[in-house]
Design a protein around this ligand. Structure first.
Ligand code: AHR
Length: 497
């Protein structure tokens, strides 16, 4: 049966926080060296920032960028990365077993963030270090002057404080692979002590406490509860990490990843609110989905016997059109939860499971996933509407029954536009009607689709042009209703004014 969607300007989910169009740069693989930073590259500026990557970061619409990890942060000494570059130590990064040259560190990254118009979100090491190193980093970054560490920053060339608002209290401390991995109870205490000390230095910062590294972790749920019991009064956001991949050729389940993501977000919100209820608190913890993407994680085989190398080309994922449809659906899902998702970071930005790929010394290209992210970042502004959906369902092996046609509707009042993102998770073309009650609609401004196909992954720059969305023909606007026929296995964006 045809899908019917009903929206009304009075029925809203919430304002979309621009910080959900964030990304992530970790000291991992070629994300930093030959990613954002490559002195001597033809497009690099005097400091070594690649101009081509900076330009694509802006084009992607990236708002927040999380740094420096990820797993890397759990064995990182931030002091190694500041001061004169030729005095910075070469270290062994235990997380990814690589040589870390420290040629890029905190001050440098903040300069790159300014260059790209993005907001830095820094993570502190709660793996091998604790509250004092974390509070010292906040002092180094945010105190104006007159203290040992703020003066050190000034001596290193940053006269003005960096003013970093967003801070992650460690990374994935529930994961056995994490340096310093521990129990929820122990991490909860560590995070509490760090949060208290960091806030004593700068009471204005926003803090993200670690949730689970994935929904299928055996400690999921209980981890969130215990960690929040410790930290509830001292943090603002709880992290969610979620990666999806096609397993055993089960395309239908993979296409339904957005539905699994939606259920996961709802579960985490429910647990956070249960902790609030037990405390008789009206405070609402919001989510920082600071790692999300498609990632073929099952194929990653860490090899501890490999020789130590500088910038090994790790996690160099190549994305297909099918992956792009799923990524678009995942980001749409985050937008649908605008009331509780405050921050989200695509993991990651460049070269490492990323929409941007560079050749060392050479060019740069956009992967298939780049396009829907850029479209949503540009157009999904304003308020998410509480769309009522009557859609057929699909039954998948991994996720059970899911909505076949999943719309996400945003009202951009400033532009006077209704922005309809809609995924067809099914294998047949599907008609959809959006009844926009109370809106004065005139005509279609843009209608494009990302359509999955069987061509497999894009592997070269030359093939990347294939990833560009195609026009969605035949969309009509009549009497307040928008009608379209959605291609099979697709994600579409329709803008109507
Ligand atoms: O994004 C890649 C890795 O995935 C991160 O370092 C870690 O936090 C997660 O497991």
């Amino acid at each position: 049966r045809p899908t019917r969607v009903t929206v009304h300007p009075s029925f809203t989910v919430g304002d979309i926080d621009r910080r959900i169009f964030g990304s992530f740069v970790e000291h991992l693989g070629r994300a930093v060296d030959t990613g954002i930073y490559e002195p001597g590259h033809p497009t690099a500026d005097a400091e070594g920032w690649r101009g081509d990557v900076a330009a694509l970061t802006r084009e992607l619409g990236t708002t927040v960028v999380r740094y420096p990890g990820g797993n890397f942060v759990s064995n990182y000494r931030w002091e190694d990365g500041v001061g004169p570059r030729d005095e910075r130590p070469r270290r062994i990064d235990l997380a990814w077993r690589a040589i870390e040259t420290n040629q890029v560190g905190t001050d440098d990254f903040i300069r790159w963030a300014r260059l790209t118009g993005t907001e830095p979100m820094l993570a502190v090491n709660l793996g091998t270090r604790g509250a004092d190193a974390a509070a010292e980093l906040v002092e180094y970054c945010n105190v104006e002057g007159g203290t040992a560490l703020s003066e050190r920053r000034r001596a290193n060339g940053a006269d003005e404080p960096h003013g970093v608002t967003l801070w992650c209290l460690g990374n994935e401390m529930d994961g056995p692979w994490q340096i310093g991995h521990t129990t929820a109870d122990d991490y909860g205490r560590r995070a509490l002590h760090a949060a208290q000390a960091m806030r004593r230095v700068d009471p204005t910062i926003e803090l993200v406490v670690c949730g689970s590294s994935a929904r299928d972790m055996p400690t999921f749920g209980e981890w969130e509860r215990v960690v929040l019991e410790h930290t509830f009064d001292h943090v603002d956001h709880l992290s969610v990490h979620a990666y999806y991949q096609e397993r055993n050729g089960d395309r239908a389940s993979f296409l339904a990843s957005g539905a699994a993501f939606e259920a996961f977000l709802t579960e985490v919100i429910t647990i956070a609110d249960a902790v609030a209820a037990r405390r008789h608190s009206s405070k609402r913890i919001t989510l920082s989905v600071d790692e999300w993407n498609v990632w073929y994680l099952d194929a990653v085989e860490p090899d501890a016997t490999l020789p130590l190398r500088e910038r090994p080309d790790l996690l160099a994922e190549r994305y297909s059109m099918l992956d792009a449809v799923v990524v678009a659906d995942l980001l749409s899902t985050l937008i649908r939860h605008a009331d509780r998702v405050a921050i989200a970071c695509l993991a990651q930005l460049v070269n490492v499971i990323a929409p941007i790929v560079t050749l060392p010394g050479g060019g740069v290209w956009k992967q298939t996933t780049f396009h829907p992210i850029a479209l949503l970042a540009r157009h999904a502004r304003g308020v998410t509407l509480d769309a009522r959906v009557d859609s057929p369902t699909l039954v998948t092996d991994a996720h059970g029954a899911v909505t076949a046609i999943q719309p996400t509707v945003v009202y951009n009042a400033e532009a006077g536009e209704l922005v309809i993102a809609v995924t067809n998770r099914g294998a047949a073309a599907a008609p959809v009607t959006v009844d926009a009650l109370g809106f004065e609609l005139g005509s279609v401004i843009e209608a494009v689709s990302v359509i999955a196909d069987d061509r497999g992954a894009r592997t070269t720059a030359a093939e990347a042009a294939d990833g560009v969305p195609t026009a969605l023909d035949g969309v009509t606007v009549q009497g307040g209703a928008v009608e379209a026929s959605l291609p099979p296995e697709s994600w579409s964006l329709i803008r109507v004014a």
